[in-house]
Design a protein around this ligand. Sequence first.
Ligand SMILES: *Cc1c(COP(=O)(O)O)cnc(C)c1O
Length: 460
Amino acid sequence: MEDLEDHPALAVASSAARAHLDGLRDRRVGPTAPAARLDGFSGPLPADGSAPEDVVARLVAAAGPGLVASSGPRYFGYVVGGTLEAAMAADWLASAWDQVAGLEVMSPAAAAAEEAAGPWLLELLGLPEGSSYGFPTGAQMANFTALATARHAVLARSGWDVEADGLQGAPPVQVVLGGQAHATVAQALRLVGLGSRPDVAASDDQGRMLPGELERVLRRDRGPVIVCAQAGNVNTGAFDPFAEIADLCSAAGAWLHVDGAFGLWAGASDRLRPLVEGVDRADSWATDCHKWLNVPYDGAFVATRDPDSHVAAMSWEAPYVVPGAGRDPYRYVPEASRRARGFAVWAALVQLGRRGVADLVDRSCGHALRFATSLADADPGVEVLNDVVLNQVLVRFDGSDDVTRAVVAGVQDAGEAWLGGSTWDGRAVMRISVSGWMTTAEDVDRTVASVLAALAAARG
Ligand SMILES: *Cc1c(COP(=O)(O)O)cnc(C)c1O
């Protein structure tokens, strides 16, 4: 850190970052204090300023008890990736360089990183070459971007210019979601003005959309239709049957969008690729980079088969905005001025390479299977409710909501690992999600031991 003498705040940040990273394997996984007790942040607005290094030291002290080791090896809550070292370092540089990644003229470097990473991601995930793409903040905004593109395209086919005239008086758009679509797809639909009462094509016991149900609800008058399918259910990890859904969508002239926040990454693995068979026939795709690609929060990816509609939905002009010679990133995302997220994505892909991504995905799924078998074999009261096809495991204990919730709370309290709860089919479950590069088989075993200890305690 000798080089940082002129930047003492960066030296403090760097050593705090190293300490955090070095402690990730062994520290308590959950926080030690809720936000309300993080007093180091509170107090009156300072009247006078402070030296930057003092500010950072104070931040480190204030945040400490409220930090979660969610990028560490035993965090299995929600669906959360860790951070690859190259991606993290690239993201630090994105701050140090402070590039504005909206326009090529404001940062040719940021534009070039996206132009490299975009086609690489299409190739890696098995999506059509030449698709348009953008790098929004998360899968919710990737879904938003894709659905705004879909809205443009299906209404344009009905002769309606939604960007000019909005939705008032527009031909009604039918929107169909699977019975187990992610909540952020519904939120994205609300944001694009398509409401929160889509038609629902029921799904099976794993959360896969039933093509027969889609066929039953699809309108047949050739009016505008958007269908949202899913790669990777947030509870079970299950995949919708894309080939059958794509057939129905093309027959109905519907736009097919796929929310694949983490599941699309199955396409990077030779072993898992059959799960996404037919997904390349969709019209748009949303995925996260901060989940399975292990870039730091935040970063996502959206792609569409229809570049003109994508640009029509997202782009705008102003006299002072100078078009770049190449691709201007802002034309493909909801934001104008924006962080140079492409650096971290590019760095993660270069660090791992195609084989490294496949290995990360395969390893995570192997750990999920190890969780399922170890837990099921350890105790007759453990029931694994889902087919473990990907990185998600749903576990129920003693057939009881109360015991199951107590086990989840017990594991969180103990601090050895962190995982969350959910409900599936009306019953309480413990969710396990594996998507971080740091997790080893030993971390799985330590977590299983913590779960079994919590189960014994819950039985009292
Ligand atoms: C996580 C997730 C989302 C939302 O992603 P954000 O990155 O939180 O915006 C959407 N769909 C699925 C299936 C997810 O797992």
